[in-house]
Design a protein. Structure first.
Length: 426
């Protein structure tokens, strides 16, 4: 059967050649678009590294000297004017956090240089030092630095990959240790796992100070947004007294009570040179940030669906017309004793063999897309061929289903025609 099919395909090579070229082009286009769409969907559905449930961002404003209630700290004994301002800001910050923690329903509060759903990037080089293997010491890694207060892991429910709780991570930050994301250092080159970095030391070029920290724990990668892959990152404690944002986690069902107490005219938070600008839930921040991104993804999925429908109708029409042109051939086979099932197998086999032949050069084009890094899958995985081969397999199955549908329905109709009526004019 297979030899006869191959011989028939080679005999009709002119018509089959154009059909194969059509399948080759369609396969490559579907492969590229399917990769782009599936990669974006997978990135969006990947855990962002933090939990923003019932978390608010409190923005703090600072009064100017023109304000009638502006306060100027007086230097104490041995203090310079700059020292007095640092003390004033630090005391104001600590008092503000204490007052926030006393509000109804507040679980924890902390400030930080940045937060999820914010495209700020504070890049710093980091080197593993101390008792690290030489292969790690020679690496210079570039990370996004989160300078935070100790309770930051409690607010965003950050956990270590070894099961460290947010409370344990907060204690590590209080002790002056640093948290590294699992993708911060390429440990595979040294034959190590990310958790093997725990208790090693790391040098950060923070403000050109070359500070060294002990690595307390390895955490999941933290992404800045739903549609962005995770950068290498580090979380460490630094002086937060000048930061404008405070992040607050509230108990379930206490949102209204918390907001009412926070925005009351006699709120204890409105004092000194600071004042409340706004309190916004992170779910609203996320929705505002991704309004255009969600629309683009929705449009991409619609375009992908429209393209699949167009390709389906095109291939359906091509094989439908091709099968209708062979009604006489089907009648002849029935006259010579071929059954319906045998004829079906022959027609289906011919279409699928042509698809398989066209897939071979299509895989070559797909390999070029992989080699030159044109595909998006490389943003979310380090494998070279597993993901693109899987995507190529999905595209092959989709096209096979289209071809089967394009052959099945007209062939089924042709089977019902009496051979004598078709061959009357022969």
């Amino acid at each position: 059967m297979k030899r006869k099919l191959l011989k028939q395909i080679s005999t009709e090579w002119r018509s089959n050649l154009w059909l194969g070229i059509e399948l080759l082009i369609v396969s490559s286009i579907l492969f590229f678009i399917f990769d782009a769409t599936s990669t974006i969907v997978r990135i969006k559905n990947t855990y962002i590294g933090v939990d923003i449930t019932n978390v608010y961002r409190l923005t703090i404003g600072w009064k100017t000297e023109s304000s009638p209630t502006f306060e100027t700290p007086q230097p104490q004994a041995g203090e310079t004017e700059d020292d007095a301002w640092r003390r004033y800001n630090r005391d104001n910050y600590n008092l503000r956090l204490q007052q926030i923690r006393k509000l109804p329903g507040v679980i924890s509060a902390a400030s930080g240089s940045t937060s999820p759903y914010n495209y700020n990037f504070n890049g710093n080089p980091v080197r593993i030092t101390g008792n690290a293997p030489d292969s790690l010491k020679n690496q210079e890694n570039y990370v996004n630095t989160y300078s935070v207060a100790p309770d930051y892991p409690k607010v965003f429910n950050i956990r270590g990959i070894n099961g460290e709780t947010p409370e344990e991570l907060s204690r590590m930050l209080e002790e002056g240790k640093v948290l590294l994301t699992s993708n911060a250092v390429n440990t595979a080159k040294a034959g190590l796992k990310p958790e093997d970095l725990i208790n090693m030391t790391a040098s950060f070029d923070l403000d050109s100070a070359g500070q060294t920290y002990v690595i307390g724990a390895i955490i999941e990668p933290i992404r800045r947004a739903d549609y962005e892959v995770a950068f290498a990152g580090t979380v460490l404690m630094r002086d937060e007294s000048s930061f404008r944002n405070v992040y607050i986690k509230v108990k379930e069902g206490y949102d209204e009570q918390f907001l009412n107490a926070l925005t009351a005219t006699d709120s204890p938070l409105n004092h000194g040179n600071s004042y409340i600008v706004e309190a916004k839930p992170f779910k609203e921040i996320r929705d505002n940030l991704h309004r255009n991104d969600d629309a683009q993804l929705r449009n991409m999925i619609i375009c992908m669906g429209f393209l699949l429908l167009t390709v389906f109708l095109g291939l359906l029409g091509t094989f439908w017309f091709r099968t209708q042109q062979r009604v006489r051939e089907i009648a002849m086979r029935k006259v010579t004793g071929a059954g319906n099932r045998q004829i079906f197998r022959r027609l289906m086999g011919e279409g699928l063999i042509i698809l398989a032949i066209a897939t071979i050069p299509a895989l070559g084009l797909d390999a070029l897309l992989v080699h030159y890094g044109i595909l998006m899958y490389s943003q979310i995985t380090t494998d070279i061929w597993v993901t693109p081969l899987t995507e190529a397999g999905v595209v092959f199955l989709l096209m096979a289903l289209m071809i089967v549908a394009g052959i099945y329905f007209p062939a089924r109709k042709a089977m019902k025609v009496e051979p004598a009526e078709v061959l009357r004019g022969e």
